[in-house]
Design a protein around this ligand. Structure first.
Ligand code: CA
Ligand code: CA
Ligand code: CA
Length: 339
């Protein structure tokens, strides 16, 4: 018991001293057919080739989305497929594609309550949202064609959902959680809205307006526009970093701007160029979750034990050796995330 208390105290000290098992932002790149990993703190590049270039699976990777089990779904617009990868970027399987599921010209995806939602803009299921179990079975039409017009992104809230559409008369529409249309949302100034994300500092929503007047639009929860940042002629997604700057993507780079500056457009800086970048999602790692399956259990402990004294992914604190310190992080968080 005394030893347990000692370990608890020690692991608190170790975690306080510096912790390198870090969460990251997933950003797909159409030019290089890959998915990049950036810091959610300051936008710095962690690994530009997190899911490396893969022209078999990718042509236009649009949206990389974490699942509740720690895997990552990647929707590819022109390959017409949703692929699943593990939390380290290794391919697992293809969840849905054109041949098997008639999903043609797909864009944003979403996951809620064990279901995958996919926007479809062409083919037999044009202008629908298709819904699947997370293994790709159980396909059904969730929102039908008459209510959408070239859908681009899905954003779930507690009691409703928003769907952005690129055609001018539809824009952003609000639905209830069973898919019934509630009405237009967010006004008609924005054109060609793409990704919708929550701004961490104030709970407002950031929407990338891809068409002129292009830029990042900020709305309150009711859909009133409260800010407009003219920082890009064609943004696809925006995300507020922990340092307060706003990260965004367009066909020339991943960039940041300062929303509090007198003229935010003057503060734009490119973090990652030489690519064509799309939606932004946070991949969160549970402390101690060596295998990134969103549960800290025996499997993580065993990896740390097997790698003990050497190197490997159980090196959670990033000091290039798997030792007591890493083992304690697993033990200290044992059971976290597990059902
Ligand atoms: Ca490409
Ligand atoms: Ca685990
Ligand atoms: Ca270590």
């Amino acid at each position: 018991m005394n030893r347990f208390v000692f370990y608890l105290a020690l692991s608190c000290m170790l975690i306080g001293a510096g912790y390198s098992q870090q969460s990251f932002l997933l950003i797909p790149d159409w030019t290089n057919d890959r998915v990049c990993a950036l810091s959610p703190v300051d936008g710095s590049v962690i690994n530009a080739n997190f899911i490396p270039t893969n022209t078999q699976l990718f042509d236009s990777p649009k949206h990389a989305l974490p699942t509740p089990r720690g895997t990552i779904m990647v929707a590819d617009q022109l390959k017409d497929a949703v692929h699943e990868f593990d939390g380290f970027g290794n391919y697992i399987r293809t969840i849905a594609d054109l041949q098997n599921n008639q999903i043609d010209n797909i864009r944003g995806i979403a996951i809620r309550d064990g279901k995958l939602y996919v926007t479809v803009a062409s083919g037999a299921l044009q202008n629908t949202i298709q819904r699947f179990n997370l293994d790709g079975t159980g396909q059904e039409t969730f929102i039908s064609a008459s209510q959408l017009n070239s859908p681009f992104a899905i954003y779930f809230r507690e009691n409703d959902m928003l769907v952005s559409n690129s055609n001018a008369n539809t824009l952003i529409r609000r639905f209830d959680l069973s898919g019934a249309l509630l009405g237009q949302w967010g006004g008609t100034t924005i054109r060609f809205p793409q990704q919708i994300t929550r701004r961490r500092s104030n709970g407002n929503l950031l929407v990338a307006g891809f068409g002129s007047p292009a830029g990042i639009y900020e709305f309150d929860a009711a859909g009133n526009q409260v800010a407009y940042y003219a920082v890009s002629s064609g943004p696809r997604g925006a995300y507020e970093l922990e340092n307060g700057l706003i990260l965004f993507t367009d066909s020339a780079g991943v960039k940041v701007f300062d929303p509090n500056a007198p003229n935010p457009a003057n503060t734009v800086q490119t973090i990652l160029g030489q690519g064509n970048y799309h939606y932004i999602e946070l991949y969160e790692i549970l402390p101690g979750d060596v295998n990134r399956d969103r549960c800290v259990d025996d499997a993580d402990l065993l990896e740390a034990l097997f790698q003990f004294g050497g190197s490997g992914r159980a090196d959670l604190n990033g000091d290039n050796i798997v030792d007591d310190a890493d083992l304690l992080i697993v033990l200290f968080n044992f059971g976290a995330g597990c059902e």
